[in-house]
Design a protein around this ligand. Structure first.
Ligand SMILES: NC(=O)c1ccc[n+]([C@@H]2O[C@H](COP(=O)([O-])OP(=O)(O)OC[C@H]3O[C@@H](n4cnc5c(N)ncnc54)[C@H](OP(=O)(O)O)[C@@H]3O)[C@@H](O)[C@H]2O)c1
Length: 223
């Protein structure tokens, strides 16, 4: 059986682990990566398309896949303004979801955040909540919303404040883990592993949410 995926955000912390997870098994015959900068990939099943993601509409045929993995995101400081942040964390994700719906994609897997809430007074949480709601309404059969709290893992770029946070989180992680709290920090690799397993499970149509305990469960599922 042929299975195809499209991955957005493959140069990022979660996206790079997703690409590894997609290539680790034999389930996927073809993985298309949309990226604004080149990536070094040797797996012959992976095709990297370098483009400005705002021009995704010009590549709509690439959305005719089984699973779309959306690991896009930025930070306010990198984006430079709320508008620019929203354009990445909301608009690009929604654009991808709509193209996927138009082209018959089955699963859309979005990395969101544990505090996503479209009624939140906080801009980040509100943006994530609005993205979740709009992606869920885009017309895809199955939408999977992954809601991590804090992500653990080595990233290529230097983010000193985040590095300090990660060190602190590594200390408290075991205590959180014992309670299976949704606030437990999770490694990007575990999150990505759960995302790929969820896609392969081909759950019935619907909107699904996954938090820390679910990430663990899906990593250990037999699917
Ligand atoms: N970090 C955390 O602790 C945490 C916690 C909860 C939720 N999240 C959410 O999880 C998601 C993934 O996080 P992450 O840490 O893996 O993100 P990341 O490492 O910053 O990666 C983000 C990805 O998005 C791409 N991207 C950003 N702006 C773009 C643009 N204008 N055009 C095209 N591509 C663009 C980046 O490409 P380039 O490499 O080219 O910039 C990169 O591939 C995000 O939505 C984030 O909000 C993160």
């Amino acid at each position: 059986m042929t299975r195809r995926a499209l991955l957005l955000g493959a140069t990022g912390l979660v996206g790079s682990r997703c690409l590894e997870a997609l290539c680790a098994g034999r389930e996927y015959d073809a993985v298309t990566v949309f990226s604004r900068r080149p990536l070094d990939v040797t797996d012959p099943r992976v095709r990297v398309e370098v483009l400005n993601l705002e021009d995704m509409d010009d590549h709509a045929e690439r959305f005719a896949v089984d699973d779309i993995f959306c690991c896009l995101g930025t930070t306010l400081s990198k984006a430079g303004s709320r508008g620019a942040f929203y354009q990445v964390d909301h608009d690009l994700c929604l654009q991808a979801a709509r193209l996927g719906a138009d082209r018959g994609a089955r699963n859309f897997l979005l990395v969101s955040a544990v505090n996503a809430n479209r009624r939140s007074p906080f801009f980040y949480a509100r943006t994530k909540g609005e993205t979740e709601a709009d992606v869920a309404a885009a017309g895809l059969p199955a939408v999977h919303l992954f809601q991590p709290s804090f992500l653990l893992g080595e990233r290529a770029e230097s983010r000193p404040a985040e590095r300090l946070g990660i060190q602190a989180m590594r200390v408290v992680q075991p205590a959180f883990h014992r309670t299976r709290s949704s606030l437990t920090p999770v490694s990007a690799r575990q999150l990505a592993g759960a995302m790929v397993r969820v896609a392969l499970a081909d759950r019935p149509p619907g909107v699904y949410r996954y938090r820390y305990g679910d990430f663990l469960a899906w990593n250990h599922s037999g699917s």
